[in-house]
Design a binder for this molecule. Structure first.
Ligand code: GUN
Length: 292
């Protein structure tokens, strides 16, 4: 079993991006974050993203809007950022309040600035295998881990547990593409899949993105498989000062010994999400500077 160290690979990506940004001279890429309300996880994620941006030499802006903001007002703020020539990337942090339709918001981010890859235009381009598309950051991070570890996907069976628009669906789509990584046979499983274990046992690469703590147990994994754990779940732990600890969607202790490669939680996919957001921002800047 080999651990896939997301921190180490994310650092390598960040270093490469710093080199690319240094070549831009005084012209820096700029990403704008929009945070609605004070959800502690969102505050912490956006903070982390801003810190990483600063490390690379990417400028960032933060717009904090009240939880009570209307959909229309939020759209006006997004539009201002769409029209601002000094902003190359826009990220509207999810989750959004219930009275706001997040699809409407994501679809109104200019496709050229949609560094999250959440809007319909970018998802469509991803299906068309258009290299100019922005792929959403967590799936792009999974692919980068697979690529940098030299894990073969061509002709292999990838089983994705989860069908979310942000992780599951695009992760399968990326590995289905003609390319390397890619050319996989992809199966999607979800909460309505009967006998899910029959599918997961067929996986050469198993991607767990279902948001259920330690859902994947050792009897669900084929010996020698690669396991990518996308889950970030809090479970009570009295031995911790905070009273909780983070676990993935995989029962790591039991599953790890059976695998060829596995990502830990934390320190696996998580750091890659931030790194790929930065990669998308640099890409947005480059496409803005040399369109076509
Ligand atoms: N909330 C949790 N993860 C993400 C992400 O990658 N992008 C955005 N916009 N919101 C999130």
């Amino acid at each position: 079993m080999e651990l896939i160290d997301g921190n180490e690979i994310a650092s390598a990506v960040i270093e490469e991006l710093s080199g690319r940004v240094a070549k831009f001279g005084n012209n820096k890429p700029c990403v704008a974050f929009v945070r609605v309300g004070e959800d502690p996880a969102s505050v912490s994620y956006v903070n982390k993203k801003q810190k990483t941006a600063a490390k690379i030499g990417i400028e960032s802006r933060l717009l904090v809007l009240p939880e009570s903001i209307s959909e229309e007002e939020l759209l006006e703020n997004v539009d201002q950022l769409n029209d601002d020539p000094e902003v190359h990337g826009i990220l509207v942090q999810a989750p959004l309040p219930d009275h706001v339709d997040d699809r409407v918001i994501f679809n109104n981010v200019s496709p050229a600035k949609d560094v999250d890859g959440f809007n319909a235009a970018n998802l469509g381009k991803l299906c068309q295998e258009d290299e100019a598309a922005f792929a959403s950051c967590t799936p792009a991070g999974i692919v980068e881990l697979i690529k940098r570890k030299g894990i073969e996907t061509e002709g292999k069976h990838v089983v994705v547990l989860g069908r979310s628009l942000i992780v599951g669906k695009p992760a399968g789509m990326l590995l289905l593409r003609k390319g390397n990584p890619g050319n996989a046979t992809v199966t999607y499983c979800h909460s309505r899949t009967p006998a899910l274990r029959n599918h997961s046992l067929q996986a050469d690469v198993l991607i767990a993105a279902i948001g259920r703590p330690q859902f994947v147990t050792e009897d669900m994994v084929r010996p020698g498989a690669t396991v990518i754990d996308v889950g970030i779940n809090r479970i009570p732990d009295e031995t911790k000062k905070s009273g909780y600890r983070l676990v993935g969607d995989v029962d790591f202790e039991k599953v790890a010994p059976k695998t060829s490669f596995i990502t830990p939680v934390p320190g696996g996919v998580g750091p890659m999400t931030v790194a790929m957001l930065m990669a998308n921002t640099v890409k947005a800047y480059e496409q803005f500077s040399s369109p076509g």
